[in-house]
Design a protein around this ligand. Structure first.
Ligand code: V47
Ligand code: SF4
Length: 398
C-alpha cells in the first residue's frame, strides 16, 4: 500500500517540474486539479508519476479492496439503425438477415436460464431498432421483476432512451419515470464515447449528442437512480477532448452525485469502419486509467473492463487507480468476437478472477451493483472451480 511518506518522497524529487509538483501537492491535499492541469498530465505525466498519484487516491478511498460482480447480459439485437464508425453492429442494418432480433419471450427465456444461480444483476444493452420501443422495454422490465424481483435491472443507455422517448413523444424526465416504475434499477455507462461535438460528429454522428447523454443521466439521477459512465479513447480524439469529457462528467457528478463508476474503454480497431487507425499502447492505457482516477475526484470507482485489455493489463491497472474489474457470467462468447476483444476466449471462472486480484496483492471483494459487499474472497480456499464456468464480456455497443 502506498503511504503518505511515499508521496512526500515523490515531492522531494528535485527533477520534478514545478507544475507537476503542484499537481502532486494537490492530490496529497485532496484538492481538485484544473482542466489545464489535466491536459498537462496527459502531455507530460510519465506513467510512474501518474500511477503513484492515482494509486494513492485509490488506496485512500478503498485500501486494497478490488471489486467484481456476478451478472449476465442480454442483447436484444446486434442490428442497429445508427452508424457509429467504431462499432461492428452498425453495418448489419444493411444485411439484417445476418443478425438476431430477440422477442420478449426469447429474452425471458435467457432470464429464466439463470434461475437458481447467484447472479445479482442483468445487464441489458444492444443495437437500436424501431420494434424495441418504450412499451416493449417497459413490459420487459416488468416481466423480469415479476419473475425475479431481487434481480437488479441495469439496462439501456441514453442512446436507446433518446430514441424510444422521442418515438413515444415523452420528455426525458417523463420517460425515465416510466422506466423506473417498470423496474429499471440502474443505467450502464455506454453510449458516452467522446462528448465533444468535433469528435462525436466524426465517429457517432447520428445518435444522441453528448449533451443529450448527460441530460438523460441527470434526469435519472434526479429520480434517485445510479448510473455508470464510459469514455471511448484512443482513436481520433486529442487529450483536450478527453479532459473535456471528464470535466463534463465531473460537473454533472457535482450536481447530482448519481454516478458510481467510470469505465475507460480502449478503442479496438477490428471489424469496424475505423480499422485503419492504430490502437494506443499499454502505457497509454495505464496512464489514461491513472489520469481519470486523478481527475474524477468525485467518482467512487474506476473500472477496468478486462476482456478489452487482457488479464495482465487488468492486473497492472490495479496499481493505476482502478478498483473494479467487472466480471460477468455467461456463455455467449459469440458476440464478443465481433468487437475485437483482447482475449480469444474472454471467460474467467470465479477462482481465476479471485486469483488474478490476489496475485497483485489486492483483496477480491464480490459486490452487488450498488457496491454492497456480498463476499470477501481474500482468504478463500478453492477446492475446485465453482459451478460457474465463464466470466464473459459484454458486447461493446451503444
Ligand atoms: O458505448 C463499441 C464501446 C460501449 C468499440 O456500465 C467499443 O458497467 C472499444 O458501455 N472498441 C458499450 N470499445 C460497453 C459499455 C460497458 C462495458 C462494460 C461495463 C459497463 C458498465 C458498460 O462499448 C459503447 C462503446 O463506447 N465500444 N465499439 C470498439 N471497437
Ligand atoms: Fe448502434 Fe450502439 Fe453500435 Fe452505435 S455503438 S452503431 S448506437 S449499437
Amino acid at each position: 500500500m502506498i503511504s503518505n511518506e511515499k508521496i512526500e518522497f515523490l515531492l522531494q524529487d528535485p527533477a520534478l517540474k514545478p507544475e507537476l509538483r503542484s499537481i502532486a501537492e494537490k492530490v496529497f491535499n485532496q484538492e481538485r486539479i484544473t482542466p489545464d492541469e489535466g491536459i498537462l498530465l496527459y502531455r507530460e505525466g510519465e506513467l510512474g508519476f501518474v500511477a503513484s498519484l492515482a494509486n494513492h487516491i485509490r488506496e485512500r478511498m478503498h485500501g486494497d479492496d478490488t471489486f467484481f460482480n456476478r451478472n449476465f447480459h442480454i442483447e436484444p439485437t446486434n442490428v442497429c439503425v445508427y452508424d457509429c464508425k467504431f462499432c461492428s453492429y452498425s453495418r448489419l442494418i444493411k444485411k439484417r438477415g445476418e443478425g438476431w432480433e430477440y422477442t420478449l419471450e426469447d429474452m425471458m427465456d435467457i432470464v429464466k436460464k439463470y434461475d437458481g444461480q447467484p447472479v445479482t444483476e442483468v445487464h441489458i444493452v444492444g443495437g437500436v431498432l424501431p420494434q424495441y420501443d418504450l412499451q416493449f422495454y417497459a413490459e420487459f422490465f416488468q416481466k423480469i421483476k415479476a419473475h425475479r424481483p431481487d434481480l437488479h435491472v441495469k439496462a439501456l443507455t441514453p442512446v436507446e432512451y433518446h430514441y424510444i422517448f422521442k418515438k413515444a413523444k415523452v420528455s426525458y424526465a417523463e420517460g425515465m419515470k416510466i422506466m423506473k416504475e417498470a423496474g429499471l434499477d440502474s443505467m450502464p455507462g455506454g453510449g458516452a464515447e467522446i462528448f465533444h461535438p468535433d469528435i462525436r460528429l466524426q465517429i457517432a454522428a447520428d445518435k444522441c449528442t453528448g449533451d443529450q447523454w448527460l441530460q438523460i443521466h441527470e434526469e435519472w439521477h434526479k429520480l434517485g437512480g445510479r448510473s455508470n459512465a464510459t469514455m471511448l479513447y484512443g482513436h481520433v480524439e486529442g487529450y483536450e477532448h478527453r479532459i473535456h469529457h471528464l470535466e463534463e462528467l465531473r460537473k454533472l457528478q457535482d450536481r447530482t452525485g448519481g454516478f458510481q463508476t467510470f469505465i475507460p474503454l480502449k478503442f479496438r480497431n477490428q471489424d469496424n469502419q475505423m480499422s485503419h487507425l492504430p490502437e494506443v499502447n499499454v502505457i497509454e492505457d495505464l496512464r489514461n486509467y491513472a489520469i481519470s482516477r486523478i481527475y474524477l475526484d468525485n467518482f467512487s470507482h474506476v473500472k477496468a473492463y478486462w476482456p478489452m485489455i487482457s488479464r495482465n493489463i487488468a492486473q497492472l491497472s490495479l496499481s493505476c487507480g482502478v478498483d473494479d474489474i467487472d466480471g460477468t457470467i455467461d456463455d455467449t462468447t459469440k458476440i464478443y468476437s465481433m468487437a475485437g476483444s483482447e482475449e480469444q476466449n474472454p471467460a474467467m471462472s470465479t477462482r481465476e478472477l479471485v486469483n488474478l486480484i490476489r496475485q497483485v496483492g489486492r483483496r477480491p471483494i464480490e459486490r452487488d451493483t450498488l457496491y454492497n459487499v456480498i463476499k470477501d474472497y481474500t482468504d478463500e480456499v478453492f477446492e475446485e472451480d465453482t459451478q460457474f464456468k465463464g466470466y464473459v464480456a459484454l458486447p461493446v455497443v451503444n
